[in-house]
Design a protein around this ligand. Structure first.
Ligand SMILES: [Zn+2]
Length: 405
């Protein structure tokens, strides 16, 4: 890979640069150039311009994750979490290929959730690094199903019915920011609330729900567009004739999210859902919590005490359900590819441009877009070996992929 950073001073290292490699989607030689954090050119290059390293390097849009609850030992749900720790976790996230995320807050007392959101917004205004990485906010709850299995690790005691007033308060707390709300459409008042949310520019996804077909269709008609981590937040045992999975997969139009760790959704189900939903209506997430990119041990997810063993699975001690994952973004790509038996390049979009596009962000490699991209160096067999990530034109991390399982 040829890299040239034409910086006039170290402090402006992000001001200009260019890089040569192969486009992740086409495999054809391409030169990316950027200035002041934005791509200025994504131009075809000649095969002869590539040296050996550039010829073995694929350039791809950086990964984008709509559901991150914490990362690298930092729990985003805790009130004592400091912005400096958040910034460190975002740097770690970038090292694993993800430069933009929706910071996700799980069910809690509603006023506390809004206060948390406002505190984080103030940090985001104050700290440029948070501003660059945090694309918006995902409130997963509190308007979820309280039924056992469907509520997952969320506390059913802090789950009111949604109202249009809740939506107005959320919009006020979030200002103009991008907000995604995951709710259960069978809750009383859900349809009016979804309508109110969508009018206020809040994106609505369904999840932690046991909604019937009609409630799903009514939510769709009211403007809900997504489904959060399908295949999870439901009981281990489901009715073989009629269950939430069949109902959602039977309806067109949902942007379906899947946790791509090979544990939350079994590989056969993962493959089946991909066969039913090929293309941009499917996206992958890590649903990462603090244990991602951190050693096995005990971690929190808000008030929950969780355990992560050497298998990297996040468990509530004494219970069978999972609570978030310890998956990192680039591992998600590699595990999705392994489950699907497809090249990693073919699944990259599901963790980058698909979720971003659903949320209205063009994260593709195009002039004018932010210079957020990954360079993936492969070996002679095509196996990814090294990941280098740029965020807004600044190189933010390098990772040996052999470190990953
Ligand atoms: Zn969840």
């Amino acid at each position: 890979m040829n890299t040239a950073n034409h910086a006039s001073a170290p402090s402006s290292a992000r001001s200009r640069g260019s890089v040569l490699g192969r486009h992740v989607h086409t495999g054809r030689p391409v030169r990316l150039a950027w200035e002041e954090g934005r791509l200025t050119a994504v131009a075809p290059a000649g095969e002869t311009e590539l040296d050996a390293e550039a010829a073995a390097t694929f350039l791809a849009p950086a990964l984008f994750d709509p559901q991150i609850n914490g990362f690298a030992g930092v729990d985003y749900q805790r009130d004592e979490t400091e912005p400096a720790a958040v910034a460190a976790s975002l740097r770690a996230l970038a090292r694993y290929g993800c430069t933009r995320l929706l910071v996700t807050f799980i069910s809690d007392d509603w006023d506390r959730m809004l206060a948390r959101l406002q505190r984080w917004r103030a940090w985001r205004r104050e700290f440029p690094e948070l501003r660059t990485a945090i694309a918006g906010w995902h409130l997963e709850g509190p308007f979820l199903s309280t039924e056992p299995g469907y509520c997952g690790a969320h506390d059913p005691r802090s789950m009111p019915d949604p109202t249009p007033e809740h939506m107005a308060a959320l919009r006020e707390a979030a200002g103009e920011d991008l907000v995604l709300l995951t709710l259960a459409p069978e809750r009383r008042g859900a349809v009016e609330s979804i309508r109110a949310a969508v009018r206020l520019g809040i994106r609505v996804s369904l999840g932690h729900t046991n909604a019937g077909t009609e409630a799903l269709a009514a939510a769709r008609a009211a403007g809900a567009t997504g489904f959060t981590h399908l295949g999870n937040a439901c009981p281990q045992q489901l009715d073989r004739h009629d269950n939430l999975l069949w109902r959602v997969l039977d309806q067109p139009g949902w942007q379906v999210g899947l946790i791509a760790d090979g544990v939350h959704v079994s590989p056969p189900l993962f493959r089946l859902i991909h066969r039913l939903r090929p293309g941009p209506t499917l996206w992958h997430t890590t649903d990462a919590m603090a244990a991602a990119a951190a050693p096995p041990g005990r971690y929190t997810l808000g008030w929950l005490e969780l355990e992560v063993g050497p298998d990297r699975i996040v468990r509530q001690p004494g219970r069978s359900n999972f609570a978030g994952s310890a998956l990192t973004p680039v591992e998600g790509v590699l595990r999705a590819a392994a489950m699907l038996g497809r090249p990693w390049r073919a699944v990259w979009a599901a963790s980058s441009i698909h979720p971003a596009g659903w949320l209205g962000i063009d994260a593709g490699l195009r002039p004018g877009n932010r210079a957020d991209f990954c360079a993936v160096r492969v070996d002679a067999t095509g196996r990814p070996r090294k990941l280098t990530t740029w965020r807004a034109g600044e190189q933010v991390g390098e990772l040996a992929l052999d470190e990953l399982r």
